[in-house]
Ligand binder design. Structure first.
Ligand code: HEC
Ligand code: HEC
Length: 266
């Protein structure tokens, strides 16, 4: 009996795994859903997402005017939160994470109660709004490498603090990380809306970057469509981990929490 149930569990796990694989599709090629499925996906989108993102996905839903951070215009095919290199499309998995978890500190709330099938449907629907997703030249997508994670120690935080000055993060995010650097005023995003560098000392001002790994991802991918650049290829992975640890120390008020002094930036 014991053996039988283990066997059955394995079979069920294996089939769930392959079902998941089929549902998520592959990120090597553009994927097309059949018209009947697409109509169902669109109905779900119209019900739930269009109030903000608009029926045509161009970000002009009825609630958009009143929101400070505007809902994404999907027709541009530009996405902030990805595991892919700067300038690339997000993977299906990236989109499903955004939809499930939302982006903290904005009107994009969590949709955790959706079934995996509903999330898949919404991902496919979001992808229909931009022709980039059906262009074979956009594939295969290249995801970032995390290199070797460097532990959150006082030493790595100190190295990150140095890199923060060297890479001039303070020009945007400020000497104390509060989002008020000398070039912080008057910034706009690619969609023409005003945008402010994040207050790195305030976790509730952060969208995803609330762990060293998520901060690393932000640095490696950049936030496309915003002034937040990508550092992949520009600095070693180790430097991005130091920076991630320093930024994490700012939001958790641990370790090396001391504003950069003017003489350090000369
Ligand atoms: C109450 C308003 C609101 C609703 C409803 C809403 N969103 Fe959003 N959504 C936003 C805002 C605002 C942003 C922009 C967040 C940002 O720029 O940080 C966003 C961003 C996104 C992004 C893009 C993130 C990126 O990487 O650039 C995706 C994908 C998304 N929403 C999908 C959906 C889907 C699918 C639904 C329906 C299940 C939905 N949203 C419902 C407000 C909303
Ligand atoms: C040219 C200005 C600019 C520079 C330089 C810059 N940033 Fe940013 N950064 C931004 C803006 C603007 C945002 C806000 C994006 C948004 O809210 O969508 C941001 C967001 C972030 C976030 C928050 C992401 C989240 O999930 O909310 C982190 C962390 C961050 N930056 C770290 C850094 C670090 C570390 C450096 C230096 C290596 C740096 N930034 C350099 C402009 C900049």
């Amino acid at each position: 009996m014991e053996k039988y149930s283990i066997g059955l569990a394995l079979v069920i796990t294996a089939s769930l795994f392959s079902l998941g694989w089929i549902l998520m599709g592959s990120d090597d090629t553009p994927e097309k859903a059949d018209p009947a499925t697409l109509a169902k996906e669109k109905a779900l989108f119209d019900d739930i997402c269009a109030t903000c993102h608009g029926i045509n996905g161009n970000g002009d839903g009825v609630l958009a005017a009143n929101l400070q951070t505007k809902p994404r215009n999907f027709t541009t095919g530009i996405f902030k939160f990805r595991s892919t290199l700067s300038g690339q499309l997000p993977t299906d998995e990236d989109l499903s994470i955004t939809i499930k978890s939302g982006t903290h500190s904005t009107a994009m709330t969590t949709f955790e109660t959706f079934s995996p099938e509903q999330i898949w449907a919404l991902v496919q629907c979001v992808k229909t709004f931009s022709p980039r997703f059906s262009d074979p030249n956009e594939y295969p997508l290249k995801t970032i490498s995390y290199g070797n994670e460097i532990p959150f120690t006082r030493e790595s935080i100190a190295k990150g603090r140095k890199a923060y000055v060297e890479m001039q993060c303070n020009k945007c995010h400020g000497d104390a990380g509060e989002g008020n650097g000398s070039s912080a005023d008057g910034m706009a995003d690619n969609w023409g809306d005003p945008i402010q560098p994040s207050d790195l000392t305030n976790p509730s001002n952060l969208k995803f970057a609330t762990s060293p790994a998520e901060i690393f991802r932000t640095l490696a991918t950049g936030l496309d469509g915003t002034p937040m650049p990508s550092y992949s290829g520009a600095i070693p992975d180790s430097a991005m981990w130091y920076l991630a640890n320093y930024v994490y120390s700012l939001q958790t008020h641990q370790g090396y929490y001391e504003p950069i002094k003017p003489e350090e930036t000369e």
